[in-house]
Design a protein around this ligand. Structure first.
Ligand code: F6R
Length: 251
């Protein structure tokens, strides 16, 4: 795993945007895997700024989001559909039909999971997957204990995840209990992965990711099995790994 240490959130965001823009320059038909949450907001802001100033086009890009809550209308401001529109899609020239997000309102969720994985595969797979990490080590909504062999599936959100996301809702009770998420195996099928981490709250998870056991109890540790992962983390997120960096990162 390649580790890029940056000073702060803004530098992390700029670096991540740089890697995404490089990918689009290399292949204007790039398939991008996208995440939601607080971490990538700055990255999306940098992409919007670049689009405005440098006119990078997304007309041929396809995007695939990691996850969506179950039982929330796509128009609900807290849905990941709304998040993606507000934070990125409404500000760049990507055709709506090329933005893909699991449908948490599908009548048959099992069929929706199969459809989502099959669609990604049929479109040639993900070239670059952007990830955040939960304080418990989740990636996507793959909570501790999720099989590494998992494809897109329905999950019950961990209490810590619901509490962390309650900041976007009026109360904890409003945070959905279930979500659809790409599985660990779907994520590992991406050709390249960029994991972002900012802030001391992520320091334990980043330590475990780099030095802990590769174990299903620590979902992000699966990333050590992939040969093209870049972690962009700020000083606070790397706080616990100081002095140990030389032995870190395996590959
Ligand atoms: C979001 C996602 C989650 C978040 C993680 C970190 O699509 O898949 O894994 O990346 O919960 O969230 P933030 O960035 O809010 O700390």
């Amino acid at each position: 795993m390649r580790v890029i240490e940056v000073d702060n959130y803004d530098e992390m965001s700029e670096k991540a945007a740089e890697l995404i823009l490089e990918k689009i320059k290399e292949n204007k038909h790039a398939n991008l895997g996208l995440a939601t949450g607080g971490t990538p907001v700055g990255t999306y802001r940098c992409l919007i700024k670049d689009h405005t100033e440098n006119k990078t086009s997304y007309k041929n890009v396809q995007t695939f989001n990691l996850d969506e809550y179950i039982g929330i209308d796509p128009d609900n401001p807290n849905s990941y559909h709304s998040y993606m529109k507000a934070n990125l899609f409404d500000h760049i020239d990507i055709p709506a039909a090329q933005t893909h997000i699991p449908n948490g309102n599908a009548e048959d969720l099992a069929i929706e999971c199969l459809r989502y994985d099959k669609m990604i595969e049929e479109k040639g797979g993900i070239d670059l997957q952007l990830l955040g990490i939960g304080t418990n080590g989740h990636i996507g909504f793959n909570e501790p204990g999720t099989p590494f062999a998992s494809h897109t599936h329905v999950v019950e959100l961990a209490q810590s995840t619901r509490e962390a996301n309650a900041r976007y809702f009026n109360s904890l009770d409003e945070v959905p209990t279930h979500a659809l998420t790409m599985g660990i195996s779907s994520i590992l099928a991406s050709k390249g992965i960029v994991l972002l981490a900012s802030g001391e709250m992520k320091a334990d998870a980043i330590y475990e990711l780099l030095y802990g056991k590769i174990d299903e109890e620590m979902p992000a540790s699966a990333l050590r099995k992939h040969s093209n992962v870049t972690l962009i983390a700020d000083k606070d997120a790397l706080k616990k790994v100081k002095g140990q960096r030389s032995v870190a990162c395996g590959q």
